[in-house]
Design a protein around this ligand. Structure first.
Ligand code: SF4
Length: 406
């Protein structure tokens, strides 16, 4: 278990712990890094790969794969775990880099192959209205169905594209839950990369987490298919969806995805009664247009409700955008003001302590209810989940009593 970030690197929301990788490792194919057992043995073509034989515990039959009637190639399958709905000919791997057609069936390549795990404040995911002041046990494998140009976890999310081989360890779901229980957390967070791409491992861990009395939270890009949400819904207690923009152009240009499925997932999460928070990383010149921010806030208020917490976070130069300046605090503060003007009740600014926007206020009278500093709750003024001044209840989960540490 790694519980440190790289030296000199500031802790930020959703940043994975430092993941060692060998920059000199040469992947066995010219186009991508490989998983143990992914490649065919000498003398066989990738098209001839059969089902895994159990020698590699990370390679397992996947859920949400269906036969695809390809008029040119027999044995094709379609993965319906996310909105990409990749059609995979025999041997091929999906956009996420971790789901493969082997012998005409869909397999996950990363079951239990954990690249990052640690206990951390749930405020760091970020969740501000779900079990505030508690810790969550974060787990992730490699792979992602987006390839955002500014990804701060690209060493694990884009490993397959960047020919990086991150260190990993095999962790059974029951072991992950035991580690979580030993760490004294109240929830397990599936995070750092898009967890839908390791849905089999997530589902098995989520069931065991619930049995152990822990909650499950997803930090997700919202690209789950409705079928995936049907599987996840009964086990999922909260989701923080990374709302990158509210227009299709941004999703296509910067993330290699589309806006419409994200929009539908947000509404579906809300309708299922799963606690929802939103995060938007504001990138200078890409999604900081004031008119667009206003339109986003209006969409949030209308579609998922004005009491949905919205975290506006600072961009730090990363991955393919190393030359851009970090988001000025003034931009974040202005964006938060626009959102409040539109009617959103709980707007926060993240990764910019100088902006001082990490306080939860009463949605009616504006009284200070929860103060935070450095991902910790420092003051708790709620009385049984209600404002002590006007008795208005605060939207959220686990707000009845102050966390033990406060
Ligand atoms: S989870 Fe991966 S393989 Fe499946 S549809 Fe999404 S990108 Fe494609």
């Amino acid at each position: 278990m790694d519980d440190t970030n790289s030296p000199g690197r500031r802790e930020t929301f959703t940043k994975a712990p430092s993941v060692p990788f060998d920059p000199t490792a040469t992947p066995p194919t010219p186009v991508r890094a490989a998983f143990p057992g992914e490649q065919p043995p000498p003398g066989l073509r990738v098209e001839d790969l059969g089902p895994a034989d159990g020698a590699q515990p990370n390679i397992r039959p996947a859920v949400l794969g269906e036969p695809f009637d390809d008029p040119f190639v027999s044995g094709s399958v379609r993965c319906i775990a996310c909105a990409h709905r990749c059609v995979l000919r025999p041997g091929r791997i999906g956009i996420c880099g971790v789901r493969q057609n082997r012998g005409g069936s869909l397999y996950t390549l990363v079951y239990g192959q954990v690249v990052a795990s640690r206990a951390e404040p749930i405020e760091k995911k970020p969740f501000f209205h779900f079990l505030p002041g508690s810790t969550a046990y974060s787990v992730a494998t490699q792979g992602c169905n987006f390839h955002c140009a500014y990804c701060q976890n690209w060493e694990i999310s884009q490993a397959h594209r960047e020919r990086v081989v991150p260190e990993s360890r095999f962790v059974l779901p029951e072991t992950a839950v035991s580690e979580a229980v030993r760490a004294g957390v109240r929830s397990v967070a599936y995070t750092y990369v898009e967890p839908t791409v390791f849905i089999e491992y997530a589902l098995d861990t989520m069931a065991r987490a619930h049995a152990a009395g822990l909650r499950n939270v997803f930090v997700t890009n919202g690209y789950e298919s409705p079928e995936a949400l049907d599987l996840l819904g009964p086990l999922l207690d909260a989701a923080n969806v990374d709302l990158k923009a509210a227009n299709d152009g941004f999703y296509r240009r910067v993330c290699g995805a589309q806006w419409e499925p994200v929009r539908d997932t947000l509404v579906a999460i809300k309708e299922r009664g799963i606690w929802l928070e939103l995060t938007t990383l504001i990138v200078p010149g890409l999604n900081d247009d004031r008119g667009e921010l206003r339109a986003m806030a209006e969409w949030i208020a209308a579609a998922v409700g004005p009491e949905t917490p919205w975290h506006l976070t600072r961009f730090q130069p990363a991955y393919r955008l190393p030359g851009l300046e970090p988001t000025p605090a003034a931009t974040l503060v202005e964006a938060a003001a626009i959102a409040r003007e539109v009617g959103l009740r709980h707007v926060y600014v993240g990764n910019a302590p100088e902006a001082e926007c990490a306080v939860t206020l009463c949605a009616d009278c504006g009284a200070r209810l929860i103060d935070r500093a450095d991902f910790a709750v420092t003051e708790w003024r709620l009385v049984r989940g209600r404002c002590p001044r006007c008795n208005r209840s605060l939207a959220g989960v686990g707000l009845e009593a102050a966390p033990a540490a406060v």
